[in-house]
Design a protein around this ligand. Structure first.
Ligand code: SF4
Length: 492
């Protein structure tokens, strides 16, 4: 057990996120009590000393018979809440101190150094915005943020591609997200807003009606404010869990309510092959959708069964071939590194089969143990790969992406990922999804419809984002649809 006391800093939770990465299997107890009274194996403490204008932070780690300490001189005392950039620096310095101390004491380095947030690319964009040359950015990532050489290189490569894609947009552009919160079954690792389409069959029609009503108001709002849709993304859940008739109704409404005159990209996540058939693909093909996902996650049948997906790898290949034969020419495939029971060889088998299919893009996720997932609750029942194997799989995926002529173009991180790794989107040149990049870099407002969808208004000059949340429950969403619309109108 590790006891942590961090001198009542109001960003303690962020520091704890970093500390947890060093003590993965350890129970962590936080307390503001005097540790001299506690007889624990491991104690981590942080104390702030202010003498006149000189401020320092003393971090101590005591373990067994050993003890190590790190003293950080912090000029100017603690910045208050109005001094945003000073506060950020102050927090970063303390994170650096904790990282240095623990890394030395435990002999462990983290691939992403002190970066614990979802969007590491933002740092590189900020430095690029100040015209800092590439070799200096690389140095900052490695020496200041403590990233490994591979992650620094990956991050820079991705940020450079994102920059070229983001630069082509107009300030009036927005992204549109449409959520379909239904799936055929629930995957073991899932924590999304997703309900069984079978159990909710009586509500699907009403849900589509409410969604169309919300889309009509979004269309009006976009027109009235002179905004233009740059991209549309229909996700979920599994949008193709809807019947062909509902899908047709929904896609026709999107085109009826939202002007597509400036649209760059329109994605529909077909998701699981057991939800795809020729009739649905025909509906999609006859709409403005120009990019779909067909997601294997793994091509191993045993694993597919274990994670609760009621389809085989053959179903996946059949759905993919069907889509190809019907003329879909921009298909993404998702895979997951470290699914329960899988090893490096099995993962390579998945990559080989994806290579044979030759999609335009591949998104490589690392398994994350999410709080709301069944996997988290039943963790003891499943065997997962070691951190080293997860790293090997991630590197292997990069190698296969390269063989398929793909490059990385967006990435993000989540809490509790195996090996503290990342999710990376790869694609062939020219097939980058602008929606994915905009979502990750938060440079553009997103107007979102559907249960659990989150609308974000971005104020780039003020470096500020405001959000409006749609309720997650299907019945609640239908009943409170006017309120969801009002929340958005108020925000814009
Ligand atoms: S298909 Fe996606 S949204 Fe549906 S249960 Fe599986 S992980 Fe969750």
């Amino acid at each position: 057990m590790l006891y942590v006391r961090l001198c009542m800093l109001d960003f303690e939770s962020e520091l704890l996120d970093l500390i947890k990465l060093f003590f993965k299997d350890e129970e962590i107890v936080t307390s503001n009590d005097d540790f001299t009274q506690i007889s624990a194996e491991k104690l981590l403490s942080g104390d702030l000393y202010i003498v006149e204008k000189t401020c320092s932070y003393r971090i101590g780690y005591a373990y067994g018979s050993g003890k190590t300490e790190y003293i950080l001189p912090l000029s100017g005392g603690i910045p208050d809440r109005t001094q945003i950039s000073e506060r950020k620096t102050f927090k970063r310095e303390i994170k650096r101190g904790i990282y240095s101390l623990l890394s030395k004491a435990l002999g462990k380095k983290l691939p992403w150094g002190i970066l614990t947030g979802i969007r590491p690319g933002k740092i590189v964009h900020e430095l690029m915005g100040k015209s800092v040359p590439g070799y200096e950015i690389d140095k900052v990532l490695k020496d200041y943020y403590f990233l490994s050489a591979e992650k620094a290189e990956l991050l820079y490569e991705v940020a450079a591609i994102e920059k070229s894609l983001l630069g082509s947009g107009s300030p009036d552009f927005v992204s549109i997200y449409i959520g379909i919160p239904f799936c055929l079954s629930r995957c073991l690792y899932c924590s999304f807003t997703s309900y069984s389409i079978h159990q909710y069959s009586g509500l699907v029609g009403k849900y589509i009606e409410a969604l169309k009503y919300e889309l009509a108001s979004i269309g009006e709002m976009i027109r009235a404010r002179g905004m233009k849709a740059q991209s549309i993304y229909i996700g979920g859940g599994t949008p193709t869990s809807l019947s062909a008739a509902y899908l047709k109704d929904l896609l026709a409404s999107v085109e009826g309510y939202i002007s597509l005159s400036r649209l760059h990209e329109y994605t529909l996540e077909a998701g699981r092959p057991d939800s795809i058939d020729a009739a649905k693909l025909d509906v999609i093909k006859n709409s403005a959708v120009d990019r779909i996902s067909i997601n294997p996650q793994t091509m191993n049948d045993e694993t597919l069964k274990l994670i609760g997906r009621n389809h085989t790898s053959k179903d996946l290949t059949d759905a993919y071939r069907l889509a190809r034969n019907m003329g879909f020419n921009n298909i993404n495939m998702d895979v997951i590194v470290g699914l329960p029971g899988e090893n490096v060889r099995m993962f390579e088998d998945t990559l080989k089969k994806i290579r044979e299919m030759d999609p335009e893009s591949m998104t490589v996720h690392t398994l994350a143990l999410k709080r709301a997932s069944r996997l988290k609750a039943e963790r003891a029942e499943y065997s997962l790969v070691s951190e080293l194997e997860a790293v090997e799989m991630i590197n292997m995926a990069r190698g296969y992406a390269d063989l398929m002529g793909m490059h990385p173009y967006y990435l993000y991180r989540q809490k509790n990922m195996l090996g503290d790794l990342e999710n990376t989107g790869y694609c062939k040149p020219g097939c980058e999804s602008i929606y994915n990049v905009q979502i990750m870099e938060e440079k553009q407002s997103v107007i979102a419809a559907g249960a659990g969808a989150i609308t974000k208004v971005v104020y780039p000059e003020e470096n500020r984002i405001e959000r409006a949340f749609n309720v997650k429950g299907v019945e609640e969403y239908i009943a409170r649809i006017d309120e969801m619309i009002y929340r958005k109108k108020r925000l814009f």
